[in-house]
Design a protein around this ligand. Structure first.
Ligand code: NAD
Length: 328
């Protein structure tokens, strides 16, 4: 299959691309290498995907460009049978500081993808949405029917994106599916997320930092499960026009998580507590029943197993987080 992965140099997009290429698909990545975090991880991800392509029946092409460039997006979407749209400014806090820019990327880019796909032969568009659409829990775990009341501009862009997808499905018959990812982790994860941050700080002899009292809970999803959900959806129309939660269907408090990582890696360190961050969700916890029914989705790891795996990976691959040395 010819697949366009937007944001394919990023954490999740990189894993998706690698898996699709390894399975023999022809993948084009559109990514503008936005410097939200160190670009070394993205450049290494590209090299890794190229290496996988060299050893598989699949192919890999990187286009450095912006998803807000409608002509470019139109050309790329026309050539693809499926689009897996990951490109976004993914930081909740950035969205508080720079809401215009984030809205421009997250919604402007999305509309370019949908508009182009509606006018071509695209068989399916899978969109990365987020548990941030829920915002305030009235009951947990969240089912897809739970009220949506995002507490950050980022969450608002993701919720609006879901509505755009539904409207394009209804108006143009475009097969769209939105996946509400719950906090994703695993190899190559963004360095500014809790698990990678706790692990790298403990390795460097620095105390893990918790924002708030650590009682906030998160459903952490191993990145392989996100890949499985996307892969399944490329092959079925079972969820077209709708949204699915993709989580682990469990949750853990940030304090428990920090303590577990600290106890394993650097028991001598104290945990530092700082002011809570604005617009952070209090609790997330996914019901995955709908995804189970639609695509046979099953979370593959407990948080304990997943964190252990991440630590093992980090131990052997710390260079992924080192800045790239550039020759001038
Ligand atoms: P990421 O920042 O690692 O990946 C996003 C990629 O998009 C980056 O490589 C970036 O360079 C690219 N990008 C940003 N703006 C772009 C633009 N204007 N044009 C082209 N490319 C652009 O983030 P991620 O964690 O891999 O997230 C991927 C998707 O999943 C995002 O849509 C995010 O909102 C969503 N999501 C992530 C999580 C999570 O826990 N990581 C949770 C819920 C939803």
């Amino acid at each position: 299959m010819r697949i366009l992965v937007t944001g394919g140099a990023g954490f999740i997009g990189g894993h998706l691309t690698e898996a699709f290429v390894a399975e023999g698909n022809d993948v084009t990545v559109l990514d503008n290498f936005e410097p939200f975090y160190d670009l070394g991880i993205k450049r290494r991800t590209v090299e890794r995907c190229r290496a996988v392509a060299a050893d598989s029946e699949g192919s890999y092409e990187l286009i450095e460009g912006d998803v807000r460039d409608s002509d470019l997006v139109s050309d790329l979407v026309c050539d693809a049978e499926a689009v897996v749209h990951q490109a976004a400014q993914a930081g909740v806090r950035t969205s508080v500081d720079e809401p215009r820019e984030v809205t421009d990327i997250n919604l402007g880019g999305l509309v370019n993808v949908l508009e182009s796909a509606a006018r071509s032969e695209t068989r399916r568009v899978i969109l990365a949405s987020s548990s941030s659409v829920y915002g305030k829990p009235q009951s947990l775990p969240y089912t897809e029917e739970h009220q949506t009341e995002p507490v950050s501009p980022y969450g608002v862009t993701k919720l609006a994106g879901e509505h755009y997808a539904r409207v394009y499905n209804e108006l143009h018959g475009l097969p769209t599916v939105c996946l509400r990812y719950f906090t994703v982790y695993g190899p190559r994860m963004r360095p500014n997320m809790a698990i990678s941050n706790f692990v790298s700080r403990c390795y460097n002899g620095e105390p893990p930092v918790i924002y708030g009292d650590g009682s906030q809970t998160r459903d952490f999803t191993y990145v392989d499960d996100i890949v499985d959900a996307n892969r399944s959806l490329l092959a079925t129309d079972a969820a077209d026009g709708g949204v699915l939660n993709v989580g682990s269907s469990d949750n853990i408090s940030i304090r428990e998580l920090a303590v577990a990582v600290r106890d394993q890696l650097a028991p001598e360190l104290d945990i530092v507590y700082e002011e809570p961050r604005q617009a952070d969700a209090e609790h997330t916890h996914a019901s995955v029943e709908k995804a189970q029914e639609a695509i046979g989705y099953e979370p593959s790891r407990s948080i304990e197993e997943g964190v252990r795996e991440f630590i093992d990976w980090y131990d052997e691959n710390r260079e992924w987080y080192e800045p790239l040395v550039r020759s001038s």
